[in-house]
Design a protein around this ligand. Sequence first.
Ligand code: FE2
Length: 371
Amino acid sequence: MDNELRVRARAHAAKDPFPIEGFSHLEWWVANAYQTAMFHRLVLGFRIVGYRGPETGVPETASYLLESGDIRFVITGAMGPDHPIAEHVRLHGPGVHDVAFAVPDAEAAFELAVERGAEAASKPAVVEDDRGSMVVAGIHAYGDTVHSLVQLDGAMPGFEPREDTIAEPAGLHTIDHVVANVELGKMNEWVEFYERVFGFTMLKHFDDDAISTEYSALMSKVMWDGDGIVKLPINEPADGRRRSQIEEYLMFYRSPGVQHVAMATDDLQGTMEIVHRRGLETIHVPDEYYPQARERMPDLDVDWERIRRLRLLVDRDEGGHLLQIFTRMLQDRPTVFFEFIERRGAIGFGAGNFKALFEAIEREQAKRGNL
Ligand code: FE2
């Protein structure tokens, strides 16, 4: 590292343990980028705003740039069997390869991360076109997942812009949190990694008493940047009578990786009416859940009948309440899924719903013969 850079990195570190402005984007590596992009567009209301592929001078991959509110996804597939993306998909199935953070100075952030022991995945590089420029570097995270550090000025470069007049938004506007599943005994290693490299702290801790059903258990720690812009829960399996959903994930993803991506909406009921109409399947919350939830939160001012009809989950904490729901698996393998969340003051993750949620997940797991 040259001196000037070291000074810059130190200056940043003095102001902030590791300046992160938020999630930049997630990059999904999939078998068929076109169809995955279409699912996000036609069901979830994302707009396709850019394309990069053989037609634009990139012969080996095809990528779609999608947006919904402030959420940005890059969905990429390989054009042939020898590409690393094809290998990633062969091993893991479709999944999130890159949880990218927006940073004010990608070079300084990269040097600081490496100095703090992160393993470099890609050295700082500049990408630019007439619409924007980007400095991007990457470090390794859990499994084959990476964290790109993205310093973006203008529009994301390298993509041919697309005008999308078809997509009808469903109200999803922000990435609320991105959850990792890691192997038994590894949760604390990754907690330490986010503390050491990014200066994150632990927001919440759920032990296996909080998150257990008759059959299985898991433990979870939520790491965050302190501002609530970036929240990264990390799960590991705990001892249960049967195989936990985390173990099922690890078995099918073949490594640690991203389990679910939670996206926020300001009107979850409206969002769900739209996406249900388009055929999106969400986990089945049983009838018994609703009288129990009402009893747990008797003075909550919500339309319980509509919530029951839409099969949403409700929880509250010291800050307020939240509505949330989980989609079914997004691919054939039981690995990655979405959560939709509407925060009405609550800062938690729906701990009061864990039991009902996991029982619903386990019913699906049992149908697959993996419980
Ligand atoms: Fe979540």
